[in-house]
Design a protein around this ligand. Structure first.
Ligand SMILES: Nc1nc2c(ncn2[C@@H]2O[C@H](COP(=O)(O)OP(=O)(O)OP(=O)(O)O)[C@@H](O)[C@H]2O)c(=O)[nH]1
Length: 656
């Protein structure tokens, strides 16, 4: 019988673990990609919202500054040109440093036609500024002068009297403000307030102030009515550092005046630009000017926010995939080992069964107890008993009843002793088979105990030993019996003689030993042949047996020599000798009768020597020698007669 260890449940296959790993890795990868895409989308949204927020903050702040300038212009409209102190009061009250930090100054630049320049300078000098002059000096078609600037201190003093209209960039913004009547933000400039160190890009916002009462509904009217400009200069970094949420965590910002090129860079949160993962540019219209804000995702934002979650999904997912794989793989390996073990077990069980079924004889297991039901019995019982094993197992046939009645007790005793000692037993007995034939069997058994030490099982084997028994009997016969006549041989005779001597000693009864030798037997062989001689010897044995009681012994020592041992001859030596002599005569007579050899009648006689005994005073060997001597005396005396051993006294010896 074969067992396929490769078959089994789906979970038994290590390949499944690999398939699951592949699918799980694919799933993890897909999930990671999904998360990554979602995360990127989320990052992009968050980035764009942050960028828009910063843009709005900036435009709102610029708008706030414009409002400040509008307020300043309104001061002129309400009460004409304010005095220096009124301007200072106005600006102080705005508390710009706290409410709108980043503004460098708030001032007023007066437009001065060339012809009014000298008078203008005179009037300002008269206010207590003797060194006042419009700078730069020189002739120009139109001049302007910063006459008010607050706070009027520090680097702002450098701007006092400066003609912004003389500088093209500023003039362009001033003209734009004048013509539009709206705030105008200049292109990038270097403010006159800058010193040599720490120079920052700057810009200015102008708001036109027209002479009150003059029409300003057309460009030409506005040009004609222009009085000057309320304005504010801004240092870009001083302003914008406070405007943007710094650090923004998410964004890096660059601000360009006009197109996004290095020469237009107004402000940057980082020193050097780099390739960011996310980047966007937005145009801002501020004061009639176009700024470009470039927003990039910050390194911090990219490293933490954007990557961690999908990476964790990927790493965690792959770890879980391999965990699942290892569990499935180990499980499959374990199950496979179990299957191999089970197959091996089944194979060894098959081998065991085959072994049991092929053992000559029957293997059995029965419960210990009375009754002792058979639980297993191999088919080898059938040749022994003629009954199939199933008949015994079902209880239809009782094995006990097949045991020879004379042997049942011995078998029961052997088993009971083994059960008591929890040991083995070995017993030989006869069973009567269904065909009526009696077989000798050998039963070997072993008693096993349960965990509590109680005898539980009786396991054993029953072997057919009929042939062995027959051989044993034959060997015994060969050893102790004469093959020609079947009579006990010398060895058995001596054995029985010893027993007889002992018995005679115990009982105090006499016995006698008769040594019989046929006369001139050689001539039978020589004249009639060996086979005829054998025939005579067999006939002699038969006549001897017929002459004595069954309890007496007739033996053949070899050749033509026979011995007869008789017991219970009486209590006295005389009576015994008389009786022995009587038997000797009887045998002499019987053996002297003619022997029929086919058609031929052969005459032969014996010579007989007798010795008697009582008890074990003389050994068996000595007795034999004594009788032998007596027999030789008979031979010497002429054969065909009975002689007693010399020391014995024969009451009556007759010679036939
Ligand atoms: N046929 C036969 N002859 C045997 C057997 N055993 C011995 N003999 C013969 O028996 C004879 C015995 O002779 P002995 O007893 O020595 O002499 P005998 O001829 O009997 O003469 P006496 O004993 O002196 O009277 C021998 O010739 C043996 O060969 C046997 O089993 N069968």
């Amino acid at each position: 019988m074969t067992h396929d260890v490769h078959r089994g449940g789906l979970l038994d296959h290590q390949a499944l673990a690999w398939v699951v790993l592949a699918v799980a890795l694919l799933f993890t990868f897909a999930t990671w990609q999904h998360f990554d895409a979602a995360r990127a989308h989320h990052d992009q949204d968050r980035f764009m919202r942050a960028a828009e927020k910063q843009r709005n903050i900036l435009t709102n702040r610029i708008h706030d500054y414009e409002q400040v300038l509008r307020g300043g212009a309104a001061l002129f409209a309400a009460g004409g040109v304010p005095s220096r102190s009124e301007w200072r009061t106005y600006v102080d009250e705005l508390d710009l440093e706290r409410s709108l930090p980043g503004i460098l100054a708030t001032g007023f630049a007066l437009m001065v036609p060339p012809e009014a320049k000298a008078a203008h300078e005179q009037s300002v000098r008269a206010e207590g500024f003797p060194d006042y002059a419009i700078v730069p000096p020189g002739e120009r078609a139109m001049l302007s002068s910063i006459v008010y600037i607050e706070p009027f201190s520090g680097r702002n003093l450098r701007a006092f009297g400066y003609d912004m209209y003389s500088e093209p960039t500023r003039r362009e913004a001033m003209d734009r403000a004048r013509d539009s009547g709206q705030p105008a933000l200049s292109r990038k400039v270097t403010l006159v307030q800058e010193t040599r160190t720490g120079v920052q890009p700057g810009f200015l916002i102008y708001f036109p102030v027209y002479r009150s009462g003059q029409p300003i509904d057309t460009v030409a009217a506005r040009r004609a009515a222009l009085l000057g400009f309320v304005y504010s200069p801004f240092r870009a970094y001083d302003l914008l550092d406070g405007v943007f949420d710094t650090p923004t965590q998410i964004l890096e910002i660059e601000l360009f005046d006009g197109g996004a090129s290095p020469e237009n860079l107004l402000y940057a949160t980082e020193g050097a630009t780099r390739d960011a993962r996310l980047m966007t540019e937005m145009k801002l219209e501020v004061g009639g000017n176009i700024w470009v804000a470039r927003f990039r995702s910050s390194e911090r934002y990219e490293s933490l926010e954007g990557i961690m979650q999908p990476t964790m999904v990927l790493v965690g997912g792959v770890a879980l995939d391999f965990l699942l794989f290892s569990v499935l793989y180990m499980n499959a390996r374990h199950r496979r080992k179990m299957r191999i073990s089970a197959a091996k077990l089944a194979q060894s069980l098959d081998s065991y069964k085959a072994l049991v079924e092929n053992i000559p004889g029957a293997v059995f297991r029965c419960e210990v107890g009375s009754p002792a039901p058979l639980r297993r019995l191999s088919s080898g019982i059938a040749p022994l008993t003629g009954e199939a094993s199933e008949r015994f197992l079902s209880g239809d046939v009782s094995y006990q009843e097949l045991i020879h009645p004379d042997d049942r007790a011995a078998v029961a005793e052997a088993v009971a002793e083994a059960v008591a000692k929890r040991s083995t037993y070995n017993v030989e007995y006869r069973i009567k088979a269904r065909d009526g034939f009696t077989r000798w069997v050998s039963e070997r058994g072993q008693v096993s105990s349960d965990a509590a030490g109680r005898a539980q099982w009786l396991d054993g084997v029953v072997l057919d030993i009929t042939e062995r028994k027959a051989a044993e009997i034959m060997i015994r016969d060969l050893a102790f019996n004469d093959t020609l006549t079947g009579l006990p041989n010398r060895r058995l005779l001596l054995d029985r003689l010893e027993q007889q001597l002992a018995a005679s000693g115990r009982a105090g009864r006499h016995g006698a030993l008769l040594f019989i030798d046929m006369d001139n037997f050689k001539t039978v062989n020589d004249t009639l042949g060996h086979a005829a001689g054998d025939q005579v010897l067999v006939e002699v044995a038969a006549r001897l047996l017929a002459s004595v009681r069954e309890s007496d012994t007739v033996a053949r020592l070899g050749g033509d020599e026979f011995v007869v041992v008789i017991g219970n001859l009486g209590n006295t030596a005389e009576a015994a000798k008389a009786e022995a002599a009587e038997l000797g005569d009887k045998i002499l007579l019987k053996l002297s009768q003619p022997y029929r050899l086919g058609a031929h009648l052969h005459n032969s006689t014996p010579s007989i020597g007798i010795t008697t005994f009582c008890g074990h005073h003389v050994s068996a060997g000595q007795l034999l020698r004594r009788a032998d001597q007596a027999m030789y005396r008979a031979k010497s005396a002429g054969r065909h007669q009975v002689k007693f051993y010399e020391e014995d006294t024969a009451p009556a010896v007759r010679v036939a």
